[in-house]
Design a protein around this ligand. Structure first.
Ligand SMILES: Cc1cc2nc3c(=O)[nH]c(=O)nc-3n(C[C@H](O)[C@H](O)[C@H](O)COP(=O)(O)OP(=O)(O)OC[C@H]3O[C@@H](n4cnc5c(N)ncnc54)[C@H](O)[C@@H]3O)c2cc1C
Length: 412
């Protein structure tokens, strides 16, 4: 039996739960393969992008737009299933980061371009308020006003409003912040990537092993296919460290949280948004153009935390290969996802509203939120692209705010 057939047989076994041995065998064969010049089918690309969320999809389109031949490798059956869908859909304008001027300025810098290029998926026509909690905030009303003035982002003090509870709010500001629609964005990017002649999409696939071969990377996929590329870009967010390790690159120092976004509606607060700053508070705002409000709370959104560079949680079990520390899965559809904290979030946020305002919880989405440990104090969310290996090149793109997808353009 030739090696390629052996690999296919092994791969069939690899898909079965717990057969780690076959995965090791497959990797060994990959390394042996080229030495004995066996018949492994290799496809050559200029770039292999790993991870099919918004950052990986945008990167693939950008690179293919420059004439490069690109492969996009995605672990799940469909693109856009994790953080790029499960988020609060805030088109950041800077307001959210009074303790990280760098993140605030970066959000604001990309906002105009992101809005212009995604006009059909941006909802900007709603009242958006920011408020300071009277108790326990890291920032007070004066500091928030000064911060907005420094960034030149509009913020108008509102001293009376029938929907809010001013006994609890130190100050309320009318601001200008839009919401993007993650579901529509997902549909748009999926169809653009899948329809692009210069991009080959490999879903339900992971890179099992990789090695430098002269000036190229050679990678073996889960389905037994070998890819060759001049450059590899890791855009896997929660799986950044796991993929870095496959390429012999350094870990990112990360924490990971299993996070819940609750979807609610409210007759009284429909199509409006309130974000309470700056500390363990919360936010409620339109989820794009869906008509739903997304609700999150610093205290209750994050159910479990992992301080390991890999997302390691006690809900992962050896019998479920769909979610492991080195290959995290889709939390929203996982049978072991946490019980919703939506009612706690509604009670917490309820303190900032007058008694006439009511919220009804409809459903929740869950995903892993990953953060750089370095941003623990300032709460910043930079998008960082680091070249971790050279000749052949390997980059790791760790995503911050969605409107910073353009940062990848600094790479090429
Ligand atoms: C709860 C929450 C709220 C947020 N709120 C906002 C907000 O309001 N506004 C904002 O701008 N940002 C927000 N963010 C941040 C933003 O959502 C993320 O930074 C962004 O979606 C990350 O995009 P991504 O493409 O890097 O990651 P993802 O969308 O997670 O995509 C990574 C992809 O890599 C795939 N993958 C993983 N491992 C492998 C592997 N080994 N091989 C192949 N593929 C693999 C995954 O399956 C996934 O499809 C929020 C994030 C969370 C979690």
């Amino acid at each position: 039996m030739e090696i390629y057939s052996i690999i296919r047989v092994c791969n069939a076994y690899c898909c079965a739960p717990g057969l780690f041995f076959n995965s090791v065998l497959l990797t060994l064969l990959h390394h042996l393969g080229s030495k004995i010049n066996c018949n492994i089918k290799t496809e050559a690309f200029h770039f292999v992008v790993i991870g099919g969320g918004i950052f990986g999809c945008y990167a693939a389109l950008y690179l293919a737009g420059k004439g490069a031949r690109v492969a996009l490798v995605e672990k799940e059956a469909r693109l856009f299933q994790k953080a790029s869908i499960v988020n609060q859909a805030r088109l950041h304008s800077g307001y959210h980061y009074p303790r990280s001027i760098a993140t605030a300025a970066l959000s604001d810098a990309h906002k105009a371009r992101f809005t212009r290029e995604h006009q059909a998926f941006v909802h900007a026509h709603f009242e958006k308020y920011y408020a300071l909690d009277r108790y326990g905030s890291f920032t007070d009303a004066r500091q928030f006003e000064r911060f907005c003035a420094y960034l030149k982002i509009p913020c108008r003090l509102v001293s009376e409003h029938p929907l809010f509870n001013f006994k609890r709010l130190e100050a309320l500001f009318a601001t200008e912040e839009a919401s993007f629609d993650p579901v529509l964005l997902g549909m748009y990017y999926r169809s653009r990537v899948e329809g692009h002649a210069g991009i080959r999409v490999f879903t339900q696939n992971q890179v099992r092993s990789a090695r430098a071969d002269g000036r190229n990377w050679l990678m073996l996929l889960q389905n037994g296919q070998e890819l060759q590329a001049d450059v590899v870009l890791n855009a896997t967010y929660a799986a950044s460290t796991a993929v870095n390790r496959i390429f012999g690159a350094a870990d990112l120092d990360l924490t990971h949280e299993i996070s819940e976004i609750a979807f609610v509606n409210s007759a009284e607060f429909a199509n409006k948004g309130l974000t309470v700053m700056d500390g363990p508070f919360g936010s409620i705002m339109p989820y794009g153009k869906s008509g739903l409000l997304s609700l999150s709370s610093v205290a209750y959104t994050h159910h479990k935390i992992s301080y390991d560079n890999l997302p390691r949680f006690d809900c992962q079990t050896a019998s479920d290969p769909a979610c492991k520390p080195d290959a995290p899965g889709i939390c929203s559809t996982c049978a072991r996802r946490p019980t919703s904290n939506a009612y706690k979030m509604i009670r917490q946020m309820g303190q900032y509203f007058s008694e006439s305002v009511h919220f009804e919880h409809l459903f929740s989405y869950f995903t892993i939120k990953s953060k750089l440990k370095a941003n623990h104090i300032d709460d910043g969310r930079p998008t960082e692209i680091s070249k971790l290996r050279e000749n052949p090149d390997f980059y790791c793109l760790f995503a911050g705010k969605i409107n910073s997808i353009y940062e990848v353009e600094k790479m090429v």
